[in-house]
Design a protein around this ligand. Sequence first.
Ligand SMILES: [Zn+2]
Length: 280
Amino acid sequence: MPSSPSASPRSRGAERDHGESAATMLIDAHIHLDAAEFNADRERLIDEARAAGVCGFVVPAVERANFEAVLALTAARTDVCPALGIHPLYVMQAQLEDLDRLDALLGRGAARAVGEIGLDHFVSDIDPARQRKFFVAQLGLARRHGLPVILHVRRAVDPILRELRRVSVLGGIAHAFNGSRQQAEAFIALGFRLGFGGAMTYAGSTRIRELARSLPLESIVLETDAPDIPPAWGRGERNQPANLARYAELLAALRGITVEEVQETTSRNLIDTLGGWQPG
Ligand SMILES: [Zn+2]
C-alpha cells in the first residue's frame, strides 16, 4: 500500500483517506497463533478477534522447527505478519546451522522482522553465553537484511541494551516490557517501541501501569502474547487474541483518552516499526 503511515501525524479530525477507516483497526504486535494450543479452534478464535476489531496479527517464530508453521499461516492469511528468529529459551536445542536457514529465509524476504530473539536470565538452566551467541548473531542478520527485531527481555534489560548499542539495528519492539522508566527511555532512544499487554491488566502491576499511562503513546504497541500471559480476567486460562480489544480499552482508561486514539496510534506505531506492513 502506498500510504506512508510513519510520516503522517495524528490524523484524527483530518479527512480519512480512501474511505478506509483506521478507527477500528487494532493489530496484535505479538501472538503465537501457530501454537499447538490453538490447533482445535484457531479459526474460531481469529474470527472472534476480528469481530472485536483486531484485524492483524504479528506472529513470531521461536525456533527453526516452527519457521514453516509461521510461514504457512502467513501464506494462508493476509492479516498475519511473520517474524522469524530463535528464542533464547530454545537455544539449547538449536543448531548453529539454523542461523544459516534463517539467513536464507530472510534473504528471500520471508519475514518482516527478526524475532523473537533476546536474552532470558530468569530461567537459570539456559547457558547465558549460548543465549548471547544466538542473540548477537541474529542482531547481525537483522542489520544485514535491514529488518527490525522483536525482543524477548527477561531479567536482561541492561545486557540487551548493551548489545543493541554494539550492533545497531533498525529498531523494533521490546516485547512484554517490564523494566524501569530509565530502561524504557533507553529503548526508545534506540528506536524501539515497547509492548504492553496482559501484565498491564493486573491492578498490582503498578510500575507497568504507570509506564503505560505516561510514556509517549507513539512508543507503545499492544500485544497479547497468546496463548501466554493471560490477563487478570482469565487468570490460569489460555490467553486469546480477542483480549487485545480489552487491552486497548484499558490503556485508553489509564491514559484518559479515547479508545479510538489508542487503536489508531498503536496500530500506526506497529506499521511504522514493521516498515509499512499492513494487514490485508
Ligand atoms: Zn512470545
